[in-house]
Design a protein around this ligand. Structure first.
Ligand code: SF4
Length: 291
């Protein structure tokens, strides 16, 4: 395959075949992110995308799931995306799941009718980063997303029947806004009610604006204890709607994966145990690995 630059996919999509439709991210300004920093956003030629799909068919006998990359693929015009989806479904009739990265603003900008067309053409699920529901934190990290925009984007996806996995970041408010970050994030999640949630502990990526802010002292990292307290607050205060909880990212202190609300008490037992017994809970900063 002709992948351009570093490619990323969610860990839940480890078995999916990756088709690169865009290069980079249209926003590319989040202070904590270095995923597409070296790439200028552009759309790949449709002939090149089709060639990748045909090439894949020649050497892969069975594709169960497929993931469209790079950054926010839903920024593509609907007609373009429909052509890609039709090519995928006609080439891989056995594929039973197609997912993509999408910004909540991309979902907001598309009409429900457009999203329904994409759903009918085979798009089952999108992965989107909310990171925080706290207005100040969203501004500090230059997310380019407001709470109202997030609500509208989510409402469009729900109306179209497209599943949404939302990722949030423990510790992204720093030491000073840890509480506000998790309280406001939990409130917003209770409104958005995504089908899946992936909470990840913050990692300071080399080369990012956030890394410079850490070095200068402008951003003070949350302690591991605060990160555990954030997860505890989240689990205690999410309302009773069905949601798959992917708290098993390698940077998280506890590995928690299962359906909420049924796993709530079990997860809380593990987090409470970590708060009192885990060796990192007494440390100043959580050691994490870059993505
Ligand atoms: S976090 Fe997402 S929206 Fe922000 S720069 Fe990275 S890829 Fe783009």
């Amino acid at each position: 395959m002709n992948y351009e630059g570093k490619v990323y996919r969610p860990w839940m999509e480890a078995d999916s075949f990756l088709i690169q439709t865009t290069i980079g991210c249209t926003h590319n300004k989040c202070t904590f992110c270095d995923m597409f920093r070296e790439k200028r956003f552009r759309i790949r030629d449709i002939e090149d995308i089709f060639k990748d799909i045909d090439d894949a068919r020649n050497y892969l006998r069975h594709i169960r799931s497929l993931f469209l990359i790079d950054g926010n693929v839903l920024a593509l015009k609907t007609d373009f995306l429909l052509k890609v989806l039709h090519k995928v479904t006609s080439t891989f009739p056995e594929c039973d799941k197609i997912s993509a990265y999408a910004g909540l603003n991309d979902l907001r900008r598309k009409s429900v009718e457009e999203l329904k067309q994409l759903k009918d053409a085979g798009l089952d699920k999108v992965y989107t980063g909310l990171e925080s529901g706290d207005v100040v934190t969203l501004e500090n990290i230059k997310k380019g997303l407001t709470r109202e925009q997030a609500k509208k984007g989510m409402a469009h996806a729900k109306a179209a029947g497209i599943e949404v996995l939302i990722s949030i970041i423990f510790g992204i408010g720093g030491r000073k806004r840890s509480r506000e970050h998790i309280v406001e994030t939990t409130k917003l999640l209770n409104i958005l009610q995504p089908e899946e949630l992936a909470p990840m502990a913050l990692t300071i990526q080399p080369g990012t604006i956030l890394k410079k802010q850490v070095v200068s002292g402008e951003f003070i990292q949350a302690t591991p204890l605060q990160i555990l307290e954030e997860e505890k607050y989240l689990l205690e205060n999410l309302e009773d709607f069905d949601m798959l909880y992917w708290g098993d990212h390698s940077n998280n202190i506890e590995t928690l994966k299962g359906m909420l609300p049924s796993f709530r008490e079990y997860f809380l037992q593990k987090v409470n145990h970590a708060i009192t017994h885990h060796p990192v809970a007494g440390q100043e900063v959580l050691q994490t690995s870059p993505w």
